[in-house]
Design a protein around this ligand. Structure first.
Ligand SMILES: NC(=O)c1ccc[n+]([C@@H]2O[C@H](COP(=O)([O-])OP(=O)(O)OC[C@H]3O[C@@H](n4cnc5c(N)ncnc54)[C@H](OP(=O)(O)O)[C@@H]3O)[C@@H](O)[C@H]2O)c1
Length: 420
């Protein structure tokens, strides 16, 4: 097992924040120190000590939870933490602002890493700067291990694995439906969202990363047949229902395309994936799809104008550190359905995968998705041909993550949806 001599199996970096605290609570409630050595990390010792005291009080297994202190703006402190750790699991965001020195420290020290980013422009920068070095160092840098993009990425992997096993051929197209859900947002999430729009307005490279559907593919492979996000209401032939654009499509679709590329195109070079929100049938379905599309368009337009953007960020977004309570994080639900279509030797095939949980998608469920991603990396419970690089959940961890999430109450399944 690589790095077995390091002090900590997992450091939850950013554990005093909203998402980080839920991850730290989840991991210390589910795993005992004999299973995994887990530490909490951040920049404020006093708040970290208080958190560690609280975590030990909640648990019979932990006498004390170790604390590590550093600063996202102090690369030497990050190198020291990474050198002593097998997996750094980070919720310190916005990642565009705070994330790069930590990735660099993990690559330099051959340390595995997972995060919650949905900042496509930043992931693109990390790929270009660090992928080759991470491959050389056997450091697995796995981005987007939360609600973006585990359900879409693993849902697609489940559908494709089922198609390969059952029909002997992958699906050439996949449609990802954000069926519904209820949950909350935190100040940190909205700050990261704001940074994404800031970058799209001010940085031509970020703009390009958000325009090109293949922007997260490896250099030299950033074009293809897939036109990218659905931007208007459309009637969906597969579902016989109306669909609206999905607010998460810009991230999730690119992550799924990167998975296909990193796994050496098992789903083909012509593979297409689209994520949408189904809105139902008939006039009501069409009207809802129109309203969702118009609302998303109006919000995007407003966030693209600098003075409006700063007013929205200032007055409409919660402050960093604000977010759901534990009770709220443990409530809520979400379901993603993936429909894949392929052509097997004996005719067309349709596969359906479902991925969901009865918890707030961005917090209670995300704490489990990120926490179990870190556990998979720390214990070597991965099904991946890749020992290092800037990776996705499906390409860097694979189906063991779905197995672990099923054990803690997630739906993660695939089935034959019937021959066409
Ligand atoms: N993909 C998903 O589903 C999903 C879901 C939830 C969150 N997220 C992402 O996760 C990130 C965090 O969100 P959040 O709501 O948890 O944010 P938050 O509550 O503001 O927490 C941010 C954390 O970063 C720490 N931090 C800030 N500056 C630092 C520095 N210089 N050095 C070290 N630590 C520093 C904060 O420490 P202090 O406590 O000392 O201020 C805090 O622990 C965001 O990027 C958000 O978009 C993604």
């Amino acid at each position: 097992m690589p790095n077995a001599d390091r002090t900590h199996d997992i450091v939850v970096w950013g554990a005093t924040g909203v998402a980080g605290r839920f991850v730290a609570e989840y991991l210390t409630e589910r795993y005992a120190p004999d299973d995994l050595s887990i530490a909490v990390g951040g920049r404020n010792r006093e708040r970290l000590d208080a958190l560690a005291t609280d975590l030990t009080a909640r648990s019979d297994a932990w006498d004390d939870v170790p604390v590590v202190v550093g600063d996202a703006t102090d690369p030497e402190s990050l190198r020291a933490i990474a050198r002593d750790t097998r997996v750094v699991c980070t919720t310190v965001g916005p990642y565009t602002t705070y994330g790069t020195p930590l990735v660099e420290a993990c690559v330099e020290t051959g340390t595995d890493y997972c995060d919650l980013t949905g900042e496509v422009n930043w992931v693109r920068e990390i790929i270009d700067r660090f992928h080759d070095a991470a491959v050389d160092a056997d450091a697995r840098i796995v981005h987007s291990c939360g609600f973006d993009s585990v359900p879409a990425d693993l849902g697609t992997l489940l559908a494709q694995s089922f198609a390969a096993e059952t029909f002997g051929a992958p699906c050439q197209t996949v449609r990802i439906y954000l069926e519904g859900g209820s949950g909350s947002v935190s100040g940190g999430t909205m700050a990261s969202f704001g940074e994404l729009f800031e970058a799209a307005d001010t940085d031509p490279l970020a703009r390009q990363a958000l325009r090109n559907p293949y922007s997260l593919a490896p250099p030299g492979e950033r074009s293809g047949v897939d036109p990218g996000e659905q931007r208007r209401p459309r009637r969906d032939a597969l579902r016989s229902a109306w669909t609206a654009p999905s607010p998460m499509a810009a991230v999730n679709e690119r992550v799924v395309r990167r998975s296909n590329a990193l796994l050496a195109y098992p789903w083909g070079r012509e593979f297409r994936c689209t994520e949408v929100v189904p809105t139902g049938n008939g006039v009501a379905g069409a009207a809802t799809a129109g309203l969702v599309a118009a609302g998303l368009g109006a919000f995007t337009a407003a966030m693209s104008v600098a003075p409006l953007r700063s007013a929205i960020r200032r007055y409409a977004f919660p402050d960093p550190g604000e977010g759901p309570t534990r009770e709220e994080a443990d409530a809520g639900h979400f379901l993603i359905r993936v429909l894949g279509q392929g052509v097997a030797a004996d005719g067309p095939s349709t596969v359906e995968a479902e991925f969901g949980a009865d918890r707030d998608p961005g917090y209670g469920a995300t704490a489990r998705m990120l926490g179990e991603s870190a556990v998979c990396l720390a214990t070597g419970d991965v099904d991946s041909p890749l020992d290092g690089g800037v990776l996705t959940p499906a390409s860097g961890i694979g189906l063991p993550l779905a197995d672990r999430l099923r054990e803690v109450g997630f739906t993660a399944s695939a089935s034959d949806a019937g021959r066409d």
